[in-house]
Design a binder for this molecule. Sequence first.
Ligand SMILES: [Ca+2]
Length: 177
Amino acid sequence: MTQIYKVGFETADEGGAGTDAKIRLTLKGSRNISQTFGPRIFLGDPEHFEQGNTPRRGQDVFDLDTGDYLGDLKYLYLQMDDRNTINNPAWRLNYIEVSTTVGEENKRWTFPVNKWIGTEKDPHNANIQVNNIVIDIDGVRNEGVTMEQFKQIGEPGGLQPKQNGKAGKAVITDEEE
Ligand SMILES: [Ca+2]
């Protein structure tokens, strides 16, 4: 079977925001978890993940075939490998948006990030490595997550999404007003 997910990444339009690091992405829905995509699929074009790139202009959009529909999409797991990148590897990622078609229905999810992720080498940021992150529709929830933990996130007895998401609270407040 074929099930194409279009996944787009928006990089912030500010100095040093782009990255050449190796990226891996795994999707988890209510029914199933995808394989891990990358890093090769995200490489091959030196213009990927440049400052200001946005899926609204068709940039950094990738077709990922999960084989089957994953159900309502709950979590993304984003890993960065910047060990061999000396060129300012930290990434200021605004969001990841995902869409797919089920039958005749178009489904779309946006996963806000709005922070620097990746290495501590970036001059604009950060003394703390933010990597192996779990993102839900309210923002970045967990950092330093292993693949085994990700497979169980949100399940009984598994890793639970951290409820410290300032982005999530802001979104809820906006909707209530
Ligand atoms: Ca950078």
